[in-house]
Structures are given as structure tokens and as C-alpha cells.
Design a protein around this ligand. Structure first.
Ligand code: IPE
Ligand code: IPE
Ligand code: MG
Length: 250
């Protein structure tokens, strides 16, 4: 029985997010330049996205470049922005063929023109994909997103569109970049670090967390399915007791 067959298709996480970490260390461990790690990481993106679609995951959000990553050496930033253009050009046809719709979250204004227009074109060309939505988090950080939401809500109150007394958790969710996406069910981080690095802080409130030492370029279909199988072993209580859940499921 393959790992894919072992996955209970009735309990697949609808929304999986991945902090794709470890490209640099993967390259170093092989005596290669960091660049090679990023290139190999792009190959993993394709494999994992297609694997997610096969498992019937509906949303896959990939942390590709954080707000803090702008602080990296300029040559590495330039290389990553170029790699994005190249990968999009190479993969768009394949994404369409696999019914994968691309979306993006993050401060896209900060991207170089070429990267931004390649991305917007890919979003447009893949927009009718029905199997999986692949959300690329680019120039994204959760605090940036929350600060933006606070600003937009303040403007709404000032203009009388919003009443401060009716602001709820749902209002905040509505003002986030993820507003049209299902709740985050499973958050995976590769590369061995046990931290969130400013990713989906609000959305991860009740996500199951999965950390693996595997470097992102080595993370493949099998690794994704292992994470999903681990998720399926969890009892998601959302504050309730096991006994309450048992009764509800009777
Ligand atoms: C993740 O790999 C990719 C990006 C952040 C763009 P890293 O480049 O962070 O790899 P390590 O953590 O140095 O190994
Ligand atoms: C997190 O990885 C960001 C992405 C995967 C895009 P980093 O490698 O930048 O995280 P830190 O800085 O080590 O926490
Ligand atoms: Mg890293």
C-alpha cells in the first residue's frame, strides 16, 4: 500500500502551509553554492504541489521569501528574484495542465518589476485551475499583514464603513491576505528549526504543527504524505474535551 493510499481522503487537511527552509544548508552539506540549494528547492516546489493535489489538499501556501529575507546579501536576493522569473516561465504550462491555480500574498510592490509581472501573468494564466490553489507567500510577513489589516480597519472606522463595537475576530480575518482561504490546518517547517519566522501567526492559531529536519530540497511527495498521515493521527479538540468530541460524533 502506498503512502498516498494510506491517507484517509475524508480527513485531508484542506489548507497546508510550508516554511520551506534549509536550501542553503542542503547546498553546503554537498559542498555547493547556496544558489544550487535554491534551484533544487524550486524543483521540490513542483513535486510537492503536484503531490498535494493528488492527496486532494485544496490550498497549499508556500513561504518563498519573507519580509526579513530582504536583509540577505543583495546578490542572493537578486538570484532568488531571477529564479522566481525563470521557474514561473518554466512551470506555468505544467501548472495549467495539473489544474493548479497560483495566487500570491505579501508586499508585491517591493518585488522587482520583472518578478512581479511574471507572477501576475502566472496568476492570470492559471486562474481557472480547480484541483489546488498554490499560494506563494512572497515578501510576506505576518506582522506586515496584521499591521496592514489594522490600518485598513482604522480607515473603515474613520469613514463610517465599520463600527468599532462590531469588530470581531471574523472582521480581522476578513482584512487579512488569506481572507478567501480555508482555515490553516497543517503548518510544516523543513530544515530543522522549531520556529515560525513571522509566518501566518493569526492563521496558525489552531493549526497542527509539523517540524522535520529534512532540508527543503530533499522534501518530496513521500515527506508530504508522512506529514499528512501524522496530521490524521491528531485529535483536534479546539478547546473541548475528548469526551465531548466523542459524543458529538455519535
Ligand atoms: C529557505 O532556505 C529559502 C529562503 C528563505 C528563501 P534558506 O536559504 O533559509 O536555507 P538555510 O536556512 O540557510 O539552510
Ligand atoms: C523562513 O526561512 C522564510 C522562508 C522560508 C521564506 P528563514 O531561513 O529566512 O528563517 P530564519 O530567519 O532562519 O528564521
Ligand atoms: Mg533558513
Amino acid at each position: 500500500m502506498s503512502l498516498l493510499d494510506k491517507i484517509d481522503k475524508e480527513n485531508v487537511p484542506q489548507h497546508v502551509a510550508i516554511i520551506m527552509d534549509g536550501n542553503g544548508r542542503w547546498a553546503k552539506s554537498k559542498g555547493l553554492d547556496r544558489t544550487e540549494g535554491h534551484k533544487e528547492g524550486a524543483v521540490s516546489v513542483r513535486k510537492v504541489a503536484e503531490a498535494a493535489a493528488r492527496a486532494r489538499v485544496k490550498f497549499l501556501t508556500l513561504y518563498a521569501f519573507s519580509t526579513e529575507n530582504w536583509l540577505r546579501p543583495q546578490e542572493e536576493v537578486n538570484m532568488l528574484m531571477e529564479l522566481m522569473v525563470h521557474t514561473i516561465a518554466k512551470e506555468t504550462e505544467n501548472l495549467i495542465k495539473n489544474g493548479i491555480r497560483v495566487q500570491a500574498i505579501g508586499d508585491l510592490q517591493r518585488l522587482p518589476k520583472k518578478t512581479k509581472s511574471a507572477l501576475l501573468q502566472c496568476i492570470e494564466q492559471t486562474s481557472s485551475g480547480k484541483n489546488l490553489t498554490l499560494v506563494v507567500a512572497l515578501s510576506y510577513s505576518s506582522r506586515w499583514e496584521l499591521a496592514n489589516a489594522a490600518k485598513a480597519i482604522a480607515v473603515g472606522v474613520k469613514n463610517g464603513v465599520l463600527d468599532e463595537n462590531s469588530i470581531t475576530e471574523e472582521t480581522i480575518s476578513e482584512y487579512l491576505a488569506t481572507k478567501d482561504m480555508p482555515e490553516l490546518d497543517l503548518l510544516i517547517r523543513t530544515g530543522g528549526e522549531i520556529r515560525i519566522s513571522n509566518f501566518l501567526l493569526w492563521q496558525a492559531a489552531y493549526a497542527e504543527l509539523y517540524f522535520t529536519d529534512t532540508f527543503w530540497p530533499d522534501f518530496d511527495e513521500k515527506c508530504l504524505y508522512e506529514a499528512i498521515l501524522d496530521f490524521q493521527k491528531k485529535e483536534r479538540r479546539f478547546g473541548k474535551t475528548s469526551e465531548q468530541l466523542e459524543k458529538e460524533n455519535q
